[in-house]
Design a protein around this ligand. Structure first.
Ligand code: HDD
Length: 704
């Protein structure tokens, strides 16, 4: 079992200290801890005698300002909050390491890529973009995928997302896109939603967003777990080797457990049932020793490829399809330890795109160039001091020496007389032309202009390519997402403007959305600066369903049980699930569990109301006839079954559970996704089916 370095399992075991009620010198009552419990002190180390009562003039009198312990305690509490991140406020992080497969010295002098098998400590923070810190996990949104690698030559931050393109091409538009998606300023809502007028107004006036919109309206924006999503560095970067030669690179993180998302109807329900769904998933898997892994894959290319590629490699609204340029695995990222303290690490971690190391450099992507200003600036606002690098989570793990000094909360001032260089004292660090970071000597020329390059002008072709690369089910999900979002837009002109863009992407998609919205008069297609291409080959790598997992590993089965259930069957089911690397959780009418037919007790993890089927990847009903009869009358049990069916999940059931299926409107032989637990092969069939994750063929009939 994995433990955090401090605390861990020991702190999870509650011990009730032997508390004793004592009368103090003045006759007042207080509880005192006994044994070896440390004595509570003030922040200045003064032992505290009473932490239950303020100092008063008489037992019923007013409080005295002299009470320094009370004042210090409340003062500190009043200042506990720091500003939340202006974007990506809600996030969750974990520690781990990156392991290099083979030396990449040919391409880069970056120290972490020099030696096969080298392990570099890492901290990763996943996030949603629009919602505030306390919002729910399954908003339709981009997920941040920020990786800090503590290399031997400084910290390298790869501050990416789970989507490889972005809304805008130039950083100067960032405040506008973010203002538009955040709660509208007059009313202060909606929270963590893009489904409102301001967002779609901005988008419909910003054609360069169309490719990103296709991704956001796809199931990529409602991932099942952080563990099952990809990460992307988005921009083109450069690798630079010891000879000073540069190779362009795009960074991809690929989850070892395959891609998986939920469906929208499920996401909405998960947000109610468990707003911390993604956090809990990461916590549970790391704490139980199931460490998630991603492979770092590189798309490497030279100037000739860049010149001949269909789009500008500096345009962050474009991808290079993996079928055109394969992403080569070069190492793996393993997350194996939760932070000891959420605030100290996950909240205070400061990611910055400008944190690059010798051997890795920027490109001229105008979004990246602007980001390189923003991230340093925001840390001062958020963390309150230029000394935020003194916070352990942000400090390098390699030796480092600067002459920076003073400022708020300075923890690490230079010692001795020398705080400048050059100096005559023969002391202190000096720069190193050999080891130091050298910017790639790219030649630049041209007038100073505020212009968008013409090579950035095609806003629809890759949006179309993305849509064409999806399976029919995924295309339906996108049409439904667009319909949902635009149905929340109150201004008809904005909806129509969006339809005009959709017409440039896919006419059938535009028609489906118009039909579902009830719009009869189709607008004219939006003007496009350049002809929209329809010769771009579909890229199967862009589809989640086509990139599913090979096994059911890392997933979760929810088993609804009742009194009189078959304990032996449940045990066999559990071992089959665990053999697959998945886990089983029991849902019972009462959380304390049920009594099985053989008289043994089966413990519950959830009661029915607290364990709806949306929290699981597949479900099983292990019920007795009597149990099923009782559950038929419970709305939560009926929803458990009806939702699992509607969300195209695989459902195993004992024949006795048939009345519950029927009451939930599910025919026991409706399709091959319903597996009766009869005969010796039934459990194997169930597990094999679960590997497909969902029975998408059912979707047509349930019309989600
Ligand atoms: Fe950003 C945070 C990713 C464009 C300005 N961004 C932030 C985080 C991620 C990204 C993952 C959260 C880091 C964490 O967990 O602490 N941002 C992206 C990606 C972008 C992008 C992939 C486009 C490719 N961002 C972007 C632009 C700007 C910013 C164009 C401003 C010009 N981003 C910020 C920020 C944040 C931030 C205001 C807020 C909190 C923070 O930096 O530390 O500086």
């Amino acid at each position: 079992m994995a433990k955090s370095s401090r605390g861990g399992a020991d702190q999870n075991t509650a011990t009730i200290h032997d508390l004793k009620l004592e009368r103090g010198e003045g006759g007042e009552l207080h509880q005192t801890a006994q044994g070896d419990t440390p004595v509570l002190t003030t922040a200045h180390g003064v032992p505290v005698s009473d932490d239950q009562n303020t100092l008063k003039a008489g037992p019923r009198g007013p409080a005295l300002i002299e009470d320094f312990h009370f004042r210090e305690k409340i003062f500190h509490f009043d200042h506990e909050r720091i500003p939340e991140r202006v974007v990506h406020a809600r996030g969750y992080g974990a520690h781990g390491y990156f392991e290099t497969y083979e030396s990449l010295a040919k391409y880069t002098r970056a120290d972490l890529f020099q030696r096969a098998g080298e392990k570099t400590p890492a901290f990763v923070r996943f996030s949603t973009v629009a919602g505030s810190k306390g919002s729910f996990d399954l908003a339709r949104d981009v997920r941040g995928f920020a990786v800090k690698l503590y290399t031997q030559e400084g910290n390298w931050d790869l501050v990416g997302n789970n989507i490889p393109v972005f809304f805008i091409q130039d950083a100067i538009k960032f405040p506008d896109i973010i203002h538009s998606v955040k709660p509208e300023p007059d009313r202060g809502f909606p929270q963590a939603q893009s489904a409102h007028d301001n967002f779609w107004d901005f988008i419909s006036l910003t054609p360069e967003s169309m490719h990103m919109i296709m991704w956001i309206m796809s199931d990529r924006a409602i991932p099942r777990s952080f563990r099952f999503m990809e990460g992307f560095g988005v921009h083109t970067f450069r690798l630079v080797n010891a000879e000073g030669q540069s190779t362009f690179v795009k960074f991809h993180w690929k989850p070892k457990l395959g891609l998986q998302s939920v469906v929208w109807n499920e996401a909405v329900k998960i947000n109610g049932a468990d707003p911390d769904f993604h956090r809990r998933d990461l916590w549970d898997s790391i704490q139980s020793g199931n460490f998630p892994e991603w492979e770092l894959c590189l798309q490497l290319f030279d100037q000739d490829f860049a010149d001949s590629f269909d789009f500008d490699v500096l345009d962050p609204t474009k991808i290079i399809p993996e079928e055109t340029l394969p992403a080569i695995p070069v190492g793996r990222l393993v997350l194996d330890r939760m932070p000891d303290n959420f605030f100290a690490e996950t909240e205070q971690v400061a990611f910055m795109t400008q944190n690059v190391v010798p051997g890795i450099d920027f490109s001229n992507d105008p979004l990246l160039q602007g980001r390189n200003f923003s991230y340093l600036d925001t840390q001062l606002k958020r963390l309150g001091s230029t000394n935020f690098t003194h916070i352990p989570i942000n400090a390098p793990k390699c030796p480092f020496h600067t002459f920076q000094q003073d400022g708020h909360m300075a923890m690490r001032n230079p010692t001795g007389r020398v705080n400048y260089q050059p100096n005559s004292w023969g002391a202190g660090p000096r720069e190193s032309p050999e080891r130091g970071f050298r910017t790639f000597a790219d030649t630049q020329e041209g007038p100073k202009v505020r212009l968008r390059a013409e090579s950035f002008a095609d806003h629809y072709s890759q949006a179309r390519q993305f849509f064409n690369s999806q399976t029919a089910h995924e295309q339906t999900h996108m049409a439904m997402a667009l319909t949902f979002e635009l149905s929340k837009v109150e201004t008809p002109a904005i909806r129509e403007r969006m339809l005009a863009h959709l017409l440039n992407i896919d006419e059938a998609l535009a028609a489906a959305v118009a039909d579902k919205l009830g719009i009869k008069d189709m607008p004219k297609p939006a003007d496009s600066a350049v002809p929209v291409r329809d010769d771009l080959a579909a890229s199967p790598a862009l589809s989640i369903i086509q990139r599913g997992p090979e096994s059911f590993k890392g997933r979760k089965v929810g088993v609804l049980v009742s009194n009189g259930a078959d304990a032996k069957l449940l045990k066999t089911l559990q071992s089959a699930i665990e053999k697959e690397g998945a886990i089983m959780e029991v849902i019972a009418p009462k959380v304390t569990g049920v009594e099985a037919a053989d008289g043994t007790m089966i413990a519950g993890k959830h009661m029915i109301d607290g364990g709806p089927s949306v929290l699981f990847d597949a479900v099983a009903l292990v019920l007795s006839a009597e149990g099923a009869e009782h559950l038929v009358g419970e709305a939560a049990a009926r929803d458990f079954v009806a939702d699992a069916f509607a969300h195209c999940k695989f459902i195993a059931f004992t024949p006795e559970a048939a009345p519950l299926l029927a009451k939930a409107g599910v025919q026991a032989d409706a399709d091959e996704g319903l597996i009766a637990l009869e005969g010796s092969k039934a459990i194997d069939t169930f597990i094999e089916s679960c590997r497909k994750l969902r029975l998408w063929a059912r979707e047509k009939s349930v019309k989600l």
